[in-house]
Every structure is written in structure tokens, then in C-alpha cells.
Write a protein that binds this ligand. Structure first.
Ligand SMILES: *Cc1c(COP(=O)(O)O)cnc(C)c1O
Length: 353
């Protein structure tokens, strides 16, 4: 095996990463040696970060966004929990976060590092947050309610306006995790963003459907005070305070996010969403016609019930596929996933079942 060359994306069907846009690659290389963690010294990349945050705000319905380009969805979610905990300090001594069980495992990490209780509540029959169950789990010590807009396993969008109402009735904040879905949902009629509900904070990752290079996640707050609640003083830098979790950060990630969005927002992303949505509905139909139980794709992610032996046989044929907790095969229609690739996957399904 030649270790100096990475694998291709040909058989990668379950990943939420993809081949970056050429403009994103070029920008990443140019800005490799810059550190947006010290914006007063590395001013050019700091300006690109401001541009990226402004575009993320436009995408998510926020004219005056406060946020930054994180290392990924995990950092953004950890920071959202931290901000909510900090903002309710003084009112709440034993903080908890309420999230649907479909929430990404990064919330388990957040709860662990921040010593906050995570209350995971069951989802409904269609894999969405159950508003009644969330309401029952919330109490006076709840600092944050989480809704997911594009779940990692099934691509589901939780009822965000209803969850916001539950959160705010309890004096808690509402965070939307759109790490994967954020670059797809602007082209749907779903209610998911700052424009649709009084969302307080939101995760949206350029390094997933934004076609930026890794690492490039995004965290946005509606109010300045959200970001301010994360700031610490920074004695040895040119700038005097820092709200990010990491110190030195990837200028490559920031520059590539700005370049990808400059290139693709909104028309390029719209075209890709439409392509992926068509592909997912075609693929779901193909699987159904073969007798598989398929979860109806809401976003371009197809989950289907497959046997252990079929799953193992497909892995043996070098398909890079994964399963949900309940055992469904997941195919995520990322930009590198083509109809040709899925046709050849189906031919293997037919050959081995
Ligand atoms: C991928 C994902 C994350 C984690 O993002 P990373 O960039 O892998 O840290 C969080 N939430 C959702 C919904 C995701 O799909």
C-alpha cells in the first residue's frame, strides 16, 4: 500500500466528508501558514473569517451573525453547550441539556468535558425529536435544548420552532445542529434556521456539504452575548481576548471555507442539492424495488434495512459503508457520490444477496 497517497472517494458512500472544491483546495494551500487564532497578527485570514461568518449568517437567516469558523461540528456543539451553561451561571447550579437521542455523539463529549447532565429523549416514529418528550424532560435547571436539522443517521429535521418554544418557556436556550444539513436546507421549505424560529445558536459545517477543506466547522450566535460568554483574556497575543476553544487554528480551513462559499453560495450549492436530492430519491426507489425496507429520504441520505451478511459482503467488496445504531445501511449523497457509483453498488447488491 502506498501510504503517501490518500484513498479515492470512489467507494465512499457513508461519509459526510467529500472532495473539496478546487477553489477551496487552492485557498487552503495559500493560507496554510496563517493562524486565525491571532487575528491582529494574521489580518488577511481574519478578514476571510469575517467574510465566511457573514455568508454563513446569510445562509441561516441572520443579518448580524456572531460566530467563528470552528475545527468542526464537534467544537461548535461543545461551545454551544458551554455558552448556554455560562450564560445561565448564577441561575442554575446543576445544569442539564435536553436533546433527542438522534443528536450527534459530540453532545456526549460536551456533557463530559463541561460536567453538564445530558438528557437524551426518544424520537418519534419517524426519527424526529418528540416535542412532548422534550417538554417532559426540561426543568428549571435546563440551560439548553438541542434540535437537529439534518440528523447524522437518517437526515431528519426536528420541529425547530416547537423546540424553541419549549426551550424559551423553560428559560433555556435553543441550539440547532445543522452541521451536515446547513448547506442543503436553504433550498428546501423546512423551518430550521434563525429566520424561522428564535434560535439562539447554530452549528453549520463548511467541511461537510460546504465543500471546504477539513478543518472548517461553523458556530453562530444570534446575540453578541453568546459569543462573549465564551471569551477569555489572552495576555501574550496581539488581540486581547479569544472566544474559540482551540488557540492556534487552521488558516487553511478558514480560507478554504471562505473560498468555497464565495464560489458556490447560493447557485452552486442549490445545483448540488438538487442533484443529490434526485440521486437519493432514485436510489431509494431502486432499493425499494429490490424489496428493502427504506427510510424515506427527507434530505439526500438514504437508510435501508440490510442483513448482516449483505452488509459484510458489501464491505468485503471494498464499499466504505456504515450502519445506524438500529442496523440500517446509510448512503449519504455527498458531492462525490454519483449515479454511476450507486449503479455499480446496486450491481454488487444484486450479485451478493
Ligand atoms: C458530523 C456531525 C457533527 C460533528 O461534526 P465534526 O465536524 O465531525 O466534528 C455534529 N452534528 C451533526 C448533525 C453531524 O452530522
Amino acid at each position: 500500500m502506498q501510504r503517501s497517497v490518500p484513498q479515492t472517494f470512489d467507494r465512499v458512500l457513508s461519509s459526510m466528508c467529500t472532495d473539496p472544491h478546487p477553489a477551496a483546495r487552492a485557498a487552503a494551500e495559500r493560507f496554510l501558514a496563517t493562524n486565525p487564532g491571532d487575528p491582529a497578527t494574521y489580518r488577511d485570514v481574519a478578514e476571510l473569517e469575517a467574510d465566511a461568518v457573514a455568508t454563513l449568517g446569510e445562509m441561516t437567516g441572520l443579518a448580524d451573525p456572531h460566530g467563528y469558523v470552528t475545527s468542526g461540528g464537534t467544537e461548535a456543539n461543545v461551545q454551544a453547550v458551554r455558552a448556554a451553561r455560562n450564560r445561565r451561571r448564577g441561575d442554575v447550579s446543576d445544569p442539564n441539556v435536553v436533546a433527542p437521542e438522534s443528536a450527534h455523539f459530540s453532545f456526549n463529549k460536551a456533557a463530559d468535558v463541561l460536567d453538564v447532565e445530558l438528557r437524551l429523549v426518544p424520537t418519534d416514529d419517524d426519527h424526529r425529536a418528540d416535542v412532548g418528550a422534550v417538554r417532559a424532560a426540561v426543568d428549571d435547571d435546563t440551560v439548553l435544548v438541542v434540535g437537529v436539522a439534518g440528523t447524522t443517521e437518517f437526515g431528519r429535521v426536528d420541529p425547530i420552532p416547537e423546540l424553541a418554544a419549549v426551550a424559551h418557556d423553560a428559560g433555556a436556550f435553543l441550539h440547532v445542529d445543522a452541521a451536515w444539513g446547513g448547506f442543503l436546507l436553504p433550498f428546501t421549505d423546512r423551518a430550521w434556521s434563525f429566520a424561522h424560529a428564535p434560535v439562539d445558536s447554530l452549528t453549520v459545517d463548511p467541511h461537510k456539504c460546504g465543500q471546504a477543506c477539513i478543518p472548517a466547522g461553523g458556530l453562530l450566535f444570534r446575540d453578541r452575548s453568546g459569543l462573549d460568554s465564551l471569551a477569555v483574556e489572552t495576555p501574550y497575543l496581539e488581540s486581547t481576548s479569544q472566544a474559540t476553544l482551540t488557540g492556534t487554528r487552521s488558516g487553511a480551513g478558514v480560507a478554504s471555507a471562505a473560498a468555497a462559499m464565495d464560489e458556490l453560495w447560493p447557485d452552486g450549492y442549490r445545483r448540488e442539492y438538487e442533484r443529490a436530492a434526485d440521486l437519493a430519491s432514485w436510489f431509494a426507489g431502486e432499493l425499494r424495488s429490490r424489496g428493502f425496507d427504506v427510510v424515506d429520504p427527507e434530505l439526500p441520505l438514504v437508510a435501508a434495512d440490510v442483513s448482516d451478511s449483505l452488509f459484510a459482503a458489501l464491505r468485503d467488496r471494498e464499499w466504505r459503508v456504515s450502519r445506524t445504531d438500529a442496523g440500517h445501511l446509510r448512503v449519504v449523497c455527498m458531492p462525490h457520490v454519483t449515479r454511476e457509483a450507486l449503479s455499480s453498488f446496486l450491481a454488487d447488491v444484486d450479485a451478493v444477496r
